[in-house]
Each structure stands twice: as C-alpha cells, then as structure tokens.
Ligand binder design. Sequence first.
Ligand SMILES: [Ca+2]
Length: 107
Amino acid sequence: MNVIVQDVPTSGDTTPPITTDQVFSANIPFLGQTISLVILTADEPASISFRLLGNIINIVGAANTASWQPYQNLFLVTFPTSETMTLEYFATDTAGNIEITKTRTLP
Ligand SMILES: [Ca+2]
C-alpha cells in the first residue's frame, strides 16, 4: 500500500495587520472649514480600506463618497469646522487576515 502525504501550503500568518493613523489638521477661520491630512500605515504588507462619514466639502487624493474605498496614498479632506468627520479603516494582509475596523474622529 502506498501512502501519499501532501503538504498543505500555508503562509503560517494568522495575525491580522495593525493599521495606524496620522492626522494633521488646520482650521481656516474665514472659510469656516477644517482641513485634515490623513495618513494610514499598516505594519505589514496589506491593503487598507477606509471610509469617511460626515459632510465632505472637498477631498483630494481619495473619492468623495461615504462608501468603503481602497487607501492609495495620503489624502486631504475639508469639512465644516462646526462638524466632525468619522474615519473608519481596516487592513487585510496577504494571507487574508482582516483587522478589526478602527474609528477615528477628525480633526
Ligand atoms: Ca499578518
């Protein structure tokens, strides 16, 4: 009797990535607007997804939508100074491990 043992390929990676945010904000008083620069960084190779919930006046470097979108690079979002913006994000690593969604209030 021949017994064939096959290795099941696994990456061995069962740990979700950890994403951190950096936010730099400034008020523009005469416009009544706040502009925030947002940088998201994962601690391993991963694709980061994010969404912005709030009243977007303008956004540069990302789509003007409340839907989830892939994070490509840093972006600038402008919103009323009288309001806040909710940033949600998570990353998925190359092994498919998904980070629990994090929330950050802007500014
Ligand atoms: Ca991982």
